[in-house]
Design a protein around this ligand. Structure first.
Ligand SMILES: Cc1ncc(COP(=O)(O)O)c(C=O)c1O
Length: 297
């Protein structure tokens, strides 16, 4: 599923993209990988409800709802922000998740911050006794095991593998299954320099770095420049990218190529981690502000 990207590049560099976004219509990209062994575990443990956490536009929330529907397990999404309680059906992500049978609990931002605390989790386990709890973003050991299947043997020909980073689970799986001669570059979708410490807990190899330069102002921030880049990229390549994760990574990689930050004659593999469902929500917010939108999907 690697596609060569047909754009002119300097220094005889070749760019390929692994279309993980095409794995499943709703459990797309890294979500498919992260959920695979978790769903198996939930079934083995005879869980009757999958509980997870996310913001109102979360890819992980929608993917969990779709996985629950596909495997016949109830799903509960604990959503950050009480203010959307009465309007959530106007939100494209939550309305689709709801159609797939997910139920929601909307909690305040301060309560949401406690979502990983022992007491918070124990309370959930008491309330829903046969539950299987997935963390925000879906990253845990089984998710990383699933992400180790993103690269296969034939990918060892790439000198560089690039992927977007949020909670660090996806890149950790990729690092674990990479060869030590490859260089793995993660493009952070968040502002700050904390991801290295998170990833170090999941990996032992040293063949990776996190680039913190292409978050466009922080998580979820979508600028006019980014929108215009993504529209142009789509019109040139017919590859749709999401503006929160993969779009920022591809912008970063192309910028780094122009700055000669990759070795000449190298082959670079980009991992398309999905997230295209979020475009509707981003476009809705941009239209409200009278701004240009992503013109695909
Ligand atoms: C589409 C997409 N790409 C990339 C990521 C980042 O993955 P991770 O959180 O495993 O770093 C996410 C978030 O999980 C995502 O939804």
């Amino acid at each position: 599923m690697n596609e060569k990207i047909k754009i002119e590049l300097p220094n005889n560099i070749q760019l390929f993209i692994k279309r993980e976004d095409l794995l499943h219509p709703h459990i797309s990209g890294n979500k498919f990988r992260k959920l695979k062994y978790n769903i198996q575990e939930a079934i083995d443990k005879e869980a009757d409800v999958l509980i997870t956490f996310g913001g109102a536009f979360s890819n992980h929330i929608l993917a969990t709802a779709a996985a629950g529907k596909e495997y016949g397990i109830r799903t509960l999404g604990i959503i950050r922000g009480e203010e959307i309680l009465n309007t959530f059906l106007d939100n494209p992500t939550l309305s689709l998740a709801s159609k797939m049978g997910m139920q929601f609990k909307f909690i305040s931002r301060s309560e949401y911050d406690k979502k990983s605390d022992y007491d918070f989790i124990e309370q959930l386990k008491t309330q829903y006794n046969a539950c299987y709890i997935l963390p925000e973003g879906g990253t845990n050991d089984l998710a990383i095991k699933g992400c180790e299947e993103i690269l296969d043997e034939s990918d060892s020909l790439f000198e560089y593998v690039c992927c977007p980073v949020g909670t660090g689970g996806t890149i950790s799986g990729i690092i674990n299954s990479s060869s030590k001669e490859q260089k793995i570059i993660g493009f952070s979708a968040l502002k700050g320099n904390f991801l290295e410490d998170v990833i170090c807990k999941f990996v032992t190899k040293k063949n990776w770095i996190i680039n913190n330069e292409y978050h466009f102002g922080g998580y979820g921030k979508v600028t006019d420049e980014l929108v215009s880049f993504l529209n142009q990229f789509y019109f040139k390549t017919e590859i749709p990218l999401d503006p929160i994760y993969t779009g920022k990574m591809v912008y970063g990689v192309l910028d780094m190529i122009q700055r000669n930050e990759f070795q000449a004659n190298s082959k670079i593999l980009l991992i398309h981690t999905g997230g295209l469902q979020g475009i509707k929500g981003v476009n809705k917010l941009r239209l409200k502000k009278g701004k240009g939108i992503l013109q695909y999907l």
